[in-house]
Design a protein around this ligand. Structure first.
Ligand code: ZN
Ligand code: ZN
Length: 65
């Protein structure tokens, strides 16, 4: 599965470059803070089931996959 990612959803910078540390943070516990498509800051909520993060443009994503 390939997802078009323009920005790092952890630090909000261009997805080009080294984001190995960011990716590791995201895999472990941290919710993404920035939308991967537009780099807007997302509204993050931690829920009992995990987290949800909402981009005003691209909608909500959750940790449930
Ligand atoms: Zn990053
Ligand atoms: Zn977005």
């Amino acid at each position: 599965m390939t997802v078009e990612v323009a920005y790092c959803s952890y630090c909000g910078k261009s997805a080009e470059g080294d984001h190995e540390a960011c990716a590791r943070r995201l895999t472990v516990i941290d919710p993404p803070r920035y939308c991967a498509e537009c780099a807007r800051r997302m509204v993050v909520q931690v829920t009992p089931a995990g987290w949800s993060a909402k981009c005003s443009r691209h909608g909500e994503i959750t940790s449930a996959r």
